[in-house]
Design a protein around this ligand. Structure first.
Ligand SMILES: NC(=O)c1ccc[n+]([C@@H]2O[C@H](COP(=O)([O-])OP(=O)(O)OC[C@H]3O[C@@H](n4cnc5c(N)ncnc54)[C@H](O)[C@@H]3O)[C@@H](O)[C@H]2O)c1
Ligand SMILES: O=C(O)C(=O)C[C@@H](O)[C@H](O)[C@H](O)COP(=O)(O)O
Ligand SMILES: [Zn+2]
Length: 360
C-alpha cells in the first residue's frame, strides 16, 4: 500500500492506494469521529462492494442510500434523496458520509456532506479509475444543472481517501479508458516525465497490469495533491487541472449528460486545447501528434461529435467557471508538461480549431 497526503494544515488527509483496502478497518475507522455512518452508493456498485464496506464499519450505526446510476442523476433531485435518508434516520452533525463509487457518487455525497446541517464529515472510497486518480482528491463537490456541468457545488475536503485498486477489476474497458484521460492530463499539465512513462506503458495500463495501474494512480494523486495543497480553492494554478474541460463539459452538456463519459469528453477537449495551442504557435505540431496518438492508444475519442455545430459548441463553452468579466479563459499548452490559463488566444483560431475537429 502507498499513502500520500493532501497537505492542508489541520484539514490534511491521507490517500491510501493499493489492493485489499476495503477490508482495512484500521484505515477507515480512525477517519470517523461520530457514531452514525451513511454509505452513499448506487445500484451498480451496491451488489459489488456495499457488503464488504459495511463489514469494515462494524460497531457504528451504519445506514446506506442506494441511488440510481448515471451522470444524468448528478442533480439536485438525487441530492435530495441523500438528505431524505439522513433526516429519516435522524443523522446528527457528528455523522460521516461515505462515498462508495465513482466520481458521480463522490461529487453527490461530498456536496451532501458539505451542506447537510452546514457541513459534516465525509470519506471517499473511489471505485473507478477516474475517481481514484482525480475526483476523490481535492474536495470539489457538486451537481450538474441543465444548462451547465458542475454549476452548483462547494469545496469540502474528505477526511480520508481509500482507493482499493482491486475494485478496478470489475470496471469495463470504456470506463477504464475514461480514467486514463485524467491520468494523461497530469502528464500534459505538469509532469512531462510521467507523460513519457505513459507513452512507454500505455499497453500495460490497458491490459490492466496491477503494478502499472498502482504506479499511475499514485503518481496522479501525487500531482493532484500538490496542486490542491498549493491552491485549494482555484484562485491560481488549480485551474490547470481543468485542461480540456471547457471543451469537454460543452460536449457533456450538449450531448446530454451520460451520452459521452466525462473522461471521453475531456480526452477530446485536451486534444482540442493542444490543437489550438499549436495554431497559436505555442506548441510544436509534433507534440500535438504525440498527444493524439497516446489518447487513441488509451481507447479514447478525439473528434467533436458530428451533431454539435461549432456555434453550439462556443455557446456551451461560455458556461464555465473560469469565465471572468473579461470573458472566456482556457487552459492551453506551451509544451507537454507545461500548461497556462489564458484569455490571450485568437477567437478565430478557436473557431477554426472547432471547425476542423468535427467527426466526418
Ligand atoms: N470532483 C472532482 O474533482 C472531479 C474530478 C473529475 C471528475 N469528476 C466528476 O466525476 C464524474 C465521472 O466519474 P466516473 O468516471 O467515476 O463516472 P461514474 O461515477 O458515473 O462511474 C462510472 C460507471 O462505473 C460504475 N462503477 C463504479 N465503480 C465500479 C466498479 N468498481 N466496477 C464496476 N462498475 C463500477 C458506475 O456505477 C458507473 O456506471 C463526472 O460527473 C465528473 O464531472 C469530478
Ligand atoms: O480538481 C479540480 O480542480 C479539477 O478541475 C478536476 C477536474 O478533472 C474535474 O472534472 C472537476 O470536477 C472540474 O471542475 P469544474 O470546476 O470545471 O467543474
Ligand atoms: Zn475532470
Amino acid at each position: 500500500m502507498k499513502t500520500l497526503y493532501v497537505e492542508l494544515g489541520e484539514r490534511s488527509y491521507p490517500i491510501h492506494i493499493g489492493p485489499g483496502l476495503l477490508r482495512r478497518t484500521d484505515l477507515l475507522q480512525p477517519a470517523i469521529h461520530g457514531r452514525q455512518v451513511m454509505i452513499v452508493t448506487n445500484e451498480t456498485i451496491a451488489p459489488l462492494y456495499l457488503e464488504s464496506t459495511q463489514q469494515g464499519l462494524a460497531g457504528f450505526e451504519v445506514r446506506s442510500v442506494i441511488l440510481p446510476d448515471g451522470e444524468q442523476y448528478k442533480n439536485l433531485d438525487t441530492l435530495n434523496r441523500i438528505f431524505d435518508a439522513l433526516l429519516e434516520h435522524r443523522f446528527n452533525r457528528k455523522c460521516t458520509l461515505v462515498a462508495l463509487g465513482g466520481g458521480v457518487i463522490g461529487d453527490l455525497a461530498g456536496f451532501a456532506a458539505a451542506s447537510y446541517q452546514r457541513g459534516v464529515d465525509f470519506i471517499q472510497i473511489p471505485t473507478t479509475l477516474l475517481a481514484q486518480v482525480d475526483s476523490s482528491v481535492g474536495g470539489k463537490t457538486g451537481v450538474n444543472h441543465r444548462l451547465g456541468k458542475n454549476m452548483i457545488g462547494a469545496f469540502h475536503q474528505p477526511n480520508c481517501v481509500l482507493a482499493d485498486t482491486d475494485t478496478l477489476s470489475t470496471l469495463d474497458d470504456r470506463q477504464l479508458a475514461a480514467g486514463l484521460a485524467e491520468i494523461i492530463k497530469y502528464g500534459l499539465i505538469r509532469d512531462a516525465d510521467f507523460f513519457n512513462w505513459l507513452e512507454q506503458n500505455m499497453d500495460l495500463l490497458t491490459a490492466r497490469d496491477t503494478d502499472a495501474l498502482i504506479f499511475a494512480v499514485a503518481r496522479s494523486c501525487l500531482n493532484k495533491a500538490e496542486v490542491v495543497a498549493a491552491d485549494e480553492r482555484e484562485s491560481g494554478q488549480r485551474a490547470l487541472l481543468n485542461l480540456g474541460h471547457t471543451f469537454g463539459h460543452a460536449i457533456e452538456t450538449g450531448m446530454g449528460y451520460g451520452a459521452w463519459l466525462h473522461g471521453e469528453a475531456i480526452a477530446t477537449g485536451m486534444l482540442l486545447a493542444a490543437q489550438l495551442s499549436a495554431r497559436q504557435g505555442w506548441l510544436e505540431p509534433g507534440e500535438v501528434d504525440r498527444i493524439g496518438h497516446l489518447l487513441a492508444r488509451a481507447g479514447l475519442p478525439t473528434r467533436i461529435p458530428g451533431d454539435m455545430s461549432t456555434q453550439q459548441f462556443l455557446d456551451l463553452m461560455a458556461v464555465d467557471k473560469k469565465v471572468m468579466d473579461s470573458g472566456l479563459r482556457l487552459v492551453l499548452l506551451e509544451a507537454i508538461g507545461a500548461a497556462v490559463v489564458t484569455d490571450a488566444f485568437d477567437p478565430e483560431q478557436l473557431r477554426a480549431t472547432l471547425d476542423a475537429a468535427h467527426e466526418e
